[in-house]
Design a protein around this ligand. Structure first.
Ligand SMILES: Cc1cc2nc3c(=O)[nH]c(=O)nc-3n(C[C@H](O)[C@H](O)[C@H](O)COP(=O)(O)OP(=O)(O)OC[C@H]3O[C@@H](n4cnc5c(N)ncnc54)[C@H](O)[C@@H]3O)c2cc1C
Length: 465
């Protein structure tokens, strides 16, 4: 590398994308520094997204269980008694600071300096880093950008962080509203709608599309929507919120196209995200972003400037912590070794709704549109001892497979620990396994993994018909 630069590589952002890139570069003994504009380490992933929302969900689930054991009704008209949102969030905050410190410690242990301040390109190899305390110029031969994304705020909506929220400021909620409208039925909107409904909040989910999450298996989605309705969530699909008004009685009203009004005590917008690229002044490095602020790349995360890589939310779909981590490592390896790619390219998705959902590979809809012949094997949790033990009557696992070779094309799960048990299906699928792996092997009993065998046996039975 060129010693006239301060660093071999500068990484922007300490979210999962930036940290994994920096740690990978450090493991190759490169001179690497990370720049972070916030006073804390870990990005949206730790502070406003992945970890925060999962901790909150965990607390909500524990509370719901406690309410059930006290035989308190789980209905929208009975918000959790004495529940203090500030207390709930302070518990979350404690875990978050531990996680953030752990990331900081890992960077320190690997000899990666953290430069606090906002990074802006001055020229293709120089950045100015500005903080409240100083301004410094730093140079590098290469850059890996992982500045993340922010919630999109429609300009006509009066966001105030008290009654009208985005997915960041909902985390500063002081008390639980009796009712909440969630606008946007994407992953984040659905997760929050479920959490608030489980707290007893009268929740309405509004989405402009008549069909939610079209990448999820339709049968699984139907079960989720039934569960959400049972939690008390009202769906308003195919409805567009045109404006929001607030009155003096702490009431907000969503005005829908067509003239209908939906009143509530709060409204949360989860209507997409845009890349945090404005402050980076990427044009100074010869990079142009799209209209959502996302950075185009060549498929291996190399931008139009060959010495600059971009990873994580700023490159768009699937915008997950899980993928950002892997992309960061790939970018660092591509920079310093040979062009790297992912050996096992299927990405698992998890939705931490109630119940949770996870999936990998093709849906029935995918294989139908690709004219691939397929069969399906299912196992319902209510059919098994494990399901009874978990009191999970809605859970289901569904395997989509080729009838001729029994090769697994997709795994779709709804129910307890779906996000964990998907990985067994993922491993078998990615390693080219067939249904036989599940039928011809011994699995611990009683376990959720046993559902795979049931689904595989069901699939084989379907073939006999
Ligand atoms: C509510 C919610 C729930 C989610 N749940 C999940 C989940 O369950 N599973 C999952 O895998 N993903 C989940 N995600 C998505 C996940 O949080 C993101 O995909 C992930 O954080 C992206 O990582 P990143 O490294 O791209 O960016 P981030 O984590 O956003 O980190 C970017 C960092 O860059 C810094 N930065 C930005 N610009 C500059 C600059 N100019 N100078 C210096 N620093 C800068 C920022 O301050 C920030 O710290 C969730 C997201 C949300 C909002």
């Amino acid at each position: 590398m060129n010693p006239s630069y301060d660093y071999d590589v500068i990484v922007v952002g300490t979210g999962p994308g930036g940290c994994s890139a920096a740690l990978e570069a450090a493991s190759m003994e490169k001179r690497v520094a990370v720049v972070e504009q916030k006073g804390c380490i870990g990005g949206v992933s730790i502070h406003k997204g992945t970890i925060t929302s999962k901790l909150l969900r965990q607390s909500v689930l524990s509370l719901s269980l406690a309410r059930q054991s006290l035989l308190l009704p789980m209905s929208p008209s009975t918000p959790s008694p004495g529940l203090d949102m500030t207390h709930l969030l302070s518990q979350v905050e404690a875990v978050i600071s531990t996680d953030s410190e752990a990331v900081m410690w890992k960077l320190g242990r690997s000899g990666v300096p953290i430069i606090f301040g906002q990074a802006t390109f001055v020229d293709p190899h120089t950045m100015i880093v500005t903080s409240d305390f100083d301004t410094q110029y730093i140079t590098a031969e290469a850059f890996i950008l992982s500045p993340g994304s922010s919630p999109f705020r429609p300009p006509s909506i009066p966001f105030d962080g008290h009654f009208v929220f985005d997915s960041n400021d909902i985390l500063s909620l002081k008390s639980i509203p009796r009712s909440l409208i969630v606008v946007g039925g994407g992953v984040i909107g659905l997760e929050y709608a479920n959490m608030f409904a489980a707290l007893g909040v009268e929740t309405t989910l509004i989405d402009r599309d008549p069909e939610l999450l079209d990448f999820v298996d339709r049968e699984i989605m139907e079960i989720l929507c039934q569960s959400m309705s049972a939690l008390g969530i009202t769906f308003r699909l195919g409805a567009v919120v045109e404006s929001v008004s607030k009155d003096d009685n702490h009431q907000v009203t969503a005005h829908l196209a067509g003239g209908e009004n939906v009143p509530s005590e709060g409204i949360l917008f989860c209507v997409g995200r845009y890349g945090n690229t404005k402050k980076l002044k990427l044009d100074k490095a010869g990079i142009h972003v799209d209209k959502r602020g996302l950075i185009p790349h060549d498929g291996s995360f190399r931008t139009s400037a060959p010495h600059i890589f971009a990873v994580g939310d700023v490159v768009g779909f699937p915008s997950l912590s899980s993928t950002a981590m892997v992309q960061g490592r790939i970018a660092a390896r591509s920079l310093f070794e040979k062009e790297a790619t992912l050996k096992f390219p299927h990405v698992p998705h998890a939705l931490f709704t109630i119940p949770e959902i996870s999936m990998i590979g093709s849906t029935e809809r995918d294989v139908t549109s690709q004219k691939i012949s397929y069969e399906v094997g299912r196992a319902h949790f209510y059919d098994t001892a494990t399901g009874h033990m978990l009191q999970d009557s809605q859970g289901m696992i569904k395997l989509v497979f080729r009838p001729d070779t029994l090769e697994i094309l997709g795994v779709h799960i709804i129910g307890s620990t779906a996000a964990e048990i998907i990985h067994m299906g993922q491993a078998v699928m990615e390693l080219g396994g067939t249904l036989e792996y599940f039928t011809e092997t011994v699995l611990n009993y009683p376990t959720l993994a046993g559902f795979y065998r049931q689904a595989a046996l069901d699939g084989l039975k379907m073939l006999e018909r």
